[in-house]
Design a protein around this ligand. Sequence first.
Ligand code: ADP
Length: 267
Amino acid sequence: FYGAISFIALLTAIMLGHVVSGRVVANMQQAYIRQRQFAADASHELRTPLSVIMASADLLSNDKSIQSPFLQQVVQDMKDEVKKMSNLVGSLLQLARSDNNAESLDIKEFDIIAMMEQLGRKMQPLAEKKSITLNVNASGEVMYRGDEQKIQQLMLILVDNAVKYTPEGGTVTLSYDGKGLGNLGGIHFSVKDNGIGISAEDLDKLFQRFFRVDKARSRSMGGNGLGLAIAKTIVDAHHGNIDVDSELGKGTVFRVTLKNLKIPKKN
Ligand code: ADP
């Protein structure tokens, strides 16, 4: 009898526990959704005042009546900071949208090799400024289906980092590494540098938001620690994979795999 009672009590406790924990989970989920929505709304709302401040600062810097070099410098500093903040807000908005699955992809077919060559040309002046040799190992024509702008942004983040974290005289190589993923269809590319490298303990944290190995150095180079987090969301949206191999003082290689996406049918 006592056994039966304690069995029923145990069963009731388990069921109650389930109901309560279900409610707690639902509440937590709602709080999480609200928090993500807040991040998206806040970054969106910050964009307008920032562009107004930027336009005003532009107006001031073009005003010939401001002759004092000190004031000119003040306006320039203000413009630099507003630009940094606009970039930060733009990055936060992009991450918030991808968290909310509100960021739609614009999928089309494009030549990935042409994109790599164009990116190489675009980044050449930046590399030359640091006497860095920028190589693009890609030839021919390879068609890929995905969001062209986002893939370009992904490559840009990786090449820009490689140039940023490689000392003068170094080499950065953007390579097309072939097709992959069997009959699903996909591509591989990599960005390799012989720069400062990343320690094994920091490698795990690399794709976390706001993570920077050396905050002071990264900030002085214009970084905000969101580049690789954005790179990861772009790779995920393309059902791909991003891996990194690195050795302190020797260099780093980021390897990316992207799956061909389906072009949605128009209604
Ligand atoms: P940041 O804007 O600071 O560059 P990222 O998210 O793009 O932010 O990168 C995060 C951190 O990873 C950087 O601050 C830097 O410490 C490290 N990192 C990224 N790429 C490289 C690289 N190619 N070589 C060495 N360190 C790198």
